[in-house]
Design a protein around this ligand. Structure first.
Ligand code: SF4
Length: 408
């Protein structure tokens, strides 16, 4: 937009153009996008509203009913400025939402410095797993992988903009390369080899798609953070089957074992859903036991919510909300205990910390390679510094306290 001469406005009521990149992962996300469009148009009727993203892609008929001037989906987002220009010239409503299954090539985004401590580098789009509760494959289309040369180009750009940690992200990151004859380890090696990169982290991974050879190749990369967010969803085989997840708890555990073999001090974090359709007390109990058995260092717990348009939305055996809420509390308690155990077990270890911010004169905040938030008292370290520290204390599962050993 800036390249087309637009300037950023911080005030919705003054803006001439608002672009909404909608999320559709839950029905609540849809509602937020819908109410935002209506609010803008009622307060600022002359404002040009462009709606893009997953909501309009997954539910085009509903999106077309909204008072937005430009509606597109998850593709051609980089052409939004052109679309706004045409709307300004012609004044005609523009609706272009090609079916996502037609998109077979990775759409390269423009490079931009996001002003964050860590650079998030998208390397993959789309998903072909069709978990029964998830709308994403309908909104994002098939797997498309970014070419290595483009990934390297963006990594260099981020290094030039002072980023030291690169976080590789994708809709289904583990499927990176499936469409271009490569694997995730190829992308990791390429990013690690860029001069100036000091550490690399992977975002969420689908467990069954990580091969042992990928793990072994990645373990040879010293810059790769030993932190793996392996999506679990449930630790019960029957529930996983209904979710159309493509692994059993035993297979999941094998992957964890391989990761721990190759990365002896590593953090394994995950997402767990409670109250999925048909989940019995016994199944929930199995899920709890499995979570304890793996000993995750962090668990994002959430309650199943019905997503229109998915296979699971047609089920009739939904778990009552009060039972789901109780299960949420139980699983969260387990998660908090495990996190606290992991933080306590890290006391005495030396770690590298990337400083993210200073909240007080007295200490700097940062993240270890294993994703532990730490406070370093008495340090004058600033954002983007990387410090070698010794962890000297843990405040439950909130954060650890560390002392500085040296600075890079
Ligand atoms: S793997 Fe992830 S993105 Fe793909 S369908 Fe399943 S939950 Fe959705």
């Amino acid at each position: 937009m800036e390249r087309h001469g637009y300037e950023r406005s911080d005030n919705l009521n003054d803006a001439d153009v608002v672009v909404i990149n909608s999320c559709s992962v839950t029905e609540n996300s849809d509602k937020k996008a819908i109410s935002l469009i209506k609010r803008i148009k009622s307060k600022n009727p002359l404002c040009i509203v462009a709606l893009a993203g997953c909501f309009s892609q997954a539910f085009p008929e509903r999106a077309k009913q909204l008072p937005a001037d430009i509606i597109c989906g998850t593709f051609s987002k980089s052409e939004i400025a052109d679309k706004v220009d045409s709307f300004v010239k012609a004044g005609e409503r523009l609706v272009e939402i090609p079916p996502c299954k037609e998109c077979r090539v990775y759409e390269n985004e423009q490079l931009s410095d996001m002003h964050k401590t860590r650079a998030f580098i998208k390397i993959e789009d789309g998903c072909d797993r069709f978990c029964s509760y998830c709308i994403i494959p309908y909104a994002r289309g098939p797997v498309r992988s970014r070419l290595i040369e483009d990934i390297v180009k963006e990594t260099r750009f981020q290094v030039e903009h002072s980023h030291k940690e690169m976080v590789l992200v994708g809709i289904n990151l583990s499927r990176y390369g499936a469409d271009i004859g490569l694997g995730l380890a190829d992308a990791v090696e390429a990013v690690c080899s860029v001069e100036g990169v000091q550490r690399v982290r992977l975002s969420s991974l689908e467990p069954e798609l990580i091969s042992v050879s990928d793990i072994e190749r990645m373990a040879a990369q010293e810059k790769l953070c030993p932190h793996f967010h392996l999506s679990l969803q449930s630790g019960c085989e029957a529930t996983l089957k209904r979710m159309n997840r493509h692994y059993t708890p035993d297979e999941y555990f094998d992957i964890v074992t391989q990761l721990r073999r190759c990365f002896p001090y590593c953090a394994i974090t995950t997402d767990v859903m409670v109250g999925f359709a048909g989940e019995t007390d016994e199944e929930f109990e199995q899920s709890c036991e499995f979570v304890k058995k793996v000993g995750f260092s962090g668990v994002h717990v959430f309650t199943y919510s019905v997503r229109e348009g998915t296979a699971a939305s047609r089920r009739t055996d939904f778990v009552p909300a009060d039972i789901a809420a109780k299960r949420y509390a139980v699983m969260n308690k387990i998660a908090a205990e495990l996190k606290s155990d992991f933080f306590s077990a890290s006391v005495g270890k030396t770690e590298k910390v990337l400083i993210q911010r200073r909240e007080s004169e007295n200490y700097a905040n940062g993240l270890t390679t294993t994703y532990i938030p730490v406070r370093i008292y008495g340090s004058d370290a600033q954002k983007q510094d990387i410090l070698a520290v010794r962890i000297i204390g843990a405040e439950g599962g909130d954060y650890c306290i560390a002392e500085e050993i040296s600075r890079e």
